[in-house]
Design a protein around this ligand. Structure first.
Ligand code: AP5
Length: 216
């Protein structure tokens, strides 16, 4: 049976940071809807152009295109054993579609770690985040600085600040999260899948707590 993990939590809580670390430990591919959209934006595809118009305003990309993109990604051979989903699902429509899609692969959502932190922490993390242009590695100017300012430790590419990390867009992303994604907390809690993790701790401590949940 494949294993599917859904990492839930607000913008900037550390889902991407943790997903990269957990993917290494579990061997599961990291499937990030945000990264897939950013790849499409970089390659100037039609999907990328559409996604960008929503992302720059801090709004969600429409469900139908998002679901179809994730369907395509989860159908690839490297996801045969499951996947670590980061940023998807984000609405109840997406959660229902995911359940149907995984049933087609004889799977289901097995774990939903829900990472939490205060709004002040989220804003501080997003405003100090630097992302690598080549592969999306993530740094923070204070909490996780690169060895050389502006340069990715892993692939030497240039670091940039995401367009949607501007203060006004961050505020909107957090509002959208509470309105459209937070209902999934109750949805997965009712299914007995949710485990709450304190994301305000240092990165290594959050990883350790996540691994405890995933070993259950
Ligand atoms: P997406 O890219 O998914 O953004 P997000 O969910 O808003 O999450 P972030 O990537 O901003 O934060 P994160 O939780 O991964 O934190 P990170 O590890 O980087 O989505 C972007 C947009 O795409 C959406 O707004 C929407 O428009 C669209 N989209 C995506 N998915 C969609 C979907 N399913 N449906 C519709 N639209 C969708 O960490 C943040 C910073 O904090 C970093 O600098 C990091 O170094 C630092 N940090 C991390 N952990 C710690 C720690 N423990 N202590 C101190 N610092 C830390």
């Amino acid at each position: 049976m494949p294993t599917y993990i859904v990492l839930l939590g607000p913008p900037g809580v550390g889902k991407g940071t943790q997903a990269k670390l957990i993917a290494e430990t579990t061997g599961l591919p990291h499937v990030s809807s945000g990264d897939l959209f950013r790849e499409n934006i970089k390659n100037e595809t039609e999907l990328g152009k559409l996604a960008q118009s929503f992302m720059n305003k801090g709004e969600l990309v429409p469900d139908d295109v998002t679901i179809s993109m994730i369907r395509g990604r989860l159908s690839r051979p490297d996801c045969k054993g499951g996947a670590l989903l980061d940023g998807f699902p984000r609405t109840t429509v997406q959660a229902d579609s995911l359940a149907s899609l995984l049933a087609e692969f004889d799977g289901k959502v097995n774990y939903v770690p829900y990472i939490t932190a205060s709004e002040t922490t989220l804003i501080e993390r997003l405003s100090g985040r630097w992302t690598c242009k080549a592969q999306g590695h993530v740094f923070h100017e204070k909490y996780n600085p690169p060895q050389r300012t502006g340069v990715c430790d892993f692939d030497g590419s240039q670091l940039y600040q995401r367009e949607d990390d501007r203060a006004e867009t961050v505020t909107r992303r957090i509002q959208v999260y509470f309105a459209q994604t937070a209902p999934l907390i109750a949805h997965y809690r009712e299914g007995g899948l949710l485990s709450e993790i304190d994301g305000a701790q240092p990165i290594e401590k959050v990883t350790a707590d996540l691994l405890v949940v995933l070993r259950k």
